[in-house]
Design a protein around this ligand. Sequence first.
Ligand SMILES: [Zn+2]
Length: 216
Amino acid sequence: MTTLRQIELRCPVCDNEFKSQSVVSTNAFGGKRTDFHERAAGTQPLAYLIHMCSECGYSGGEADFTAGADVSPVLKQQVFKELAPLRPSLVCGSEKYEAAAKVAQWQGTDPRHVADLLLRAAWCCVDEGDVEAERYFRRHAAWMFEEALNAYDGVPREERAILTYLVGELWRRIGDTTKAAVWFEAVANEVTDLQNQQWVIDAAEQQRLNPREWFG
Ligand SMILES: [Zn+2]
């Protein structure tokens, strides 16, 4: 099962102190989807790994609410203008990740990290039963991963094959099998260590020809 605990956070943007739920422990007994979405038995932890200030909407992981958080005056303005009107106390997991992705972009964080947050927003939509929003976030995650892969040094060499596979799998789940095939076919060329990454080539072949929803 997943164990949660209540934590107190102080917002580095507006100084508001608020309570949030955080994950103490979880499990992967619910299996892993072919887009690396790990499922827990019991409560899904994803929505509790991200926090949103109940006052201004600033969002991020626990570390983003510590003294070391990168909060410039411009960032504060952007948060007040774009996130505060969302009525932050009412949002669900996907909206928290969407806000965190915006904050990360405003901070100039690398596209890879922003893409991860958008992918998590899509995963939250699976639990929220919102198919349209899921597709929306998958599309934006795919574009952002593509940007990371296109940037010089945007992705460590040894991770390029897995992320190339993931972009293919995102397009497949969006319903664009043509785009998905292009990315799946590109996986083999990105492999740096055949012995340890053969499984990525196999997964890409499988998802191109005879796709499955779950690993294992
Ligand atoms: Zn705040």
